[in-house]
Design a protein around this ligand. Structure first.
Ligand code: KIV
Length: 260
């Protein structure tokens, strides 16, 4: 593998310097290559691919094989970008499964795996993967693999009790060794508290401007799709070229004009 333009310590340094981290999803070599050209700090091969590339109503149908296929494609398109790959639904339901499946994603070209949720079982899995040299990105707030338990794609952490739970889970995940945290669809004030409390970078999506960075589904940033979340922005509409749109996203994240 060629030398990465970013590493986990460099991402930590960006947080320490107060420079926002720009991340976007990609699922294929062509978009990954444009993300590399414009200098995206990280690329997420999200299991959102089940919805945006496979046409499923949620992420639950995505398999480890799907993730491997798309991770390999993204790695070929972006040889020097930090690539995070999602462990799909039920692929980390016990520690052994997590180790086996995370290993397969790392061997497919990921630099880090992402898993959803908090609590003692997940903390133990994060700790075990980290001990074995597999960096982990945690994911709290709206965790799409739990869409049925949550009753839909809704903002999380709105009550004081829920907010407290998210903060407790975030601290425990950092303690367990998580290298990054994605915080999805939580009130901006809660996202700020979590970002200020944790020393690892907190990457927000629908979580306000005060996170240490932002992640967006590339199709949402380009205005493609039936359902585009209200927190997204169509960067293509004002730029008329994919590379310019993605550069505009990076600039907007760095100068804190996105999200509004
Ligand atoms: O799967 C995905 O794309 C994600 C982002 C929405 C954070 O998890």
């Amino acid at each position: 593998m060629k030398t990465l333009i970013n590493t986990i310590p460099k991402l930590q340094a960006l947080k320490a310097q107060g420079e926002k981290i720009a991340c976007m999803t990609a699922y294929d070599a062509s978009f990954a290559s444009v993300l590399a050209q414009v200098g995206m700090d990280m690329i997420l091969v999200g299991d959102s691919l089940g919805m945006v590339t496979q046409g499923y109503p949620n992420t639950l149908s995505v398999s480890v094989e799907d993730m491997i296929y798309h991770t390999q494609a993204v790695r070929r398109g972006a040889p020097t970008q930090v690539v995070i790959s999602d462990l799909p639904f039920m692929s980390y339901s016990d520690e052994q499964a997590a180790k086996t499946n995370a290993t397969r994603l790392m061997q497919a070209g990921a630099n880090m795996v992402k898993l959803e949720g908090g609590g003692t079982d997940i903390d133990a899995t994060v700790s075990s993967l980290t001990r074995w040299g597999i960096p982990v990105c945690a994911h709290l707030g709206l965790t799409p693999q739990s869409v049925h338990t949550l009753g839909g794609y809704k903002v999380q952490g709105k009550t004081a009790h829920e907010a407290e739970q998210i903060l407790t889970d975030a601290n425990a995940l950092e303690e367990a060794g998580a290298a990054l945290l994605v915080l999805e669809c939580v009130p901006a004030a809660l996202a700020k508290t979590v970002s200020d409390t944790l020393s690892i970078p907190v990457i927000g999506i629908g979580a306000g401007v005060d996170c240490d960075g932002q992640v967006l589904v590339i199709y949402d940033a380009l205005g493609i799709g039936e359902y585009i979340p209200s927190f997204a922005h169509n960067f293509l509409a004002e730029t008329n070229a994919v590379d310019k749109a993605l550069s505009a996203y990076i600039r907007a994240v760095k100068d804190k004009t996105f999200p509004t």
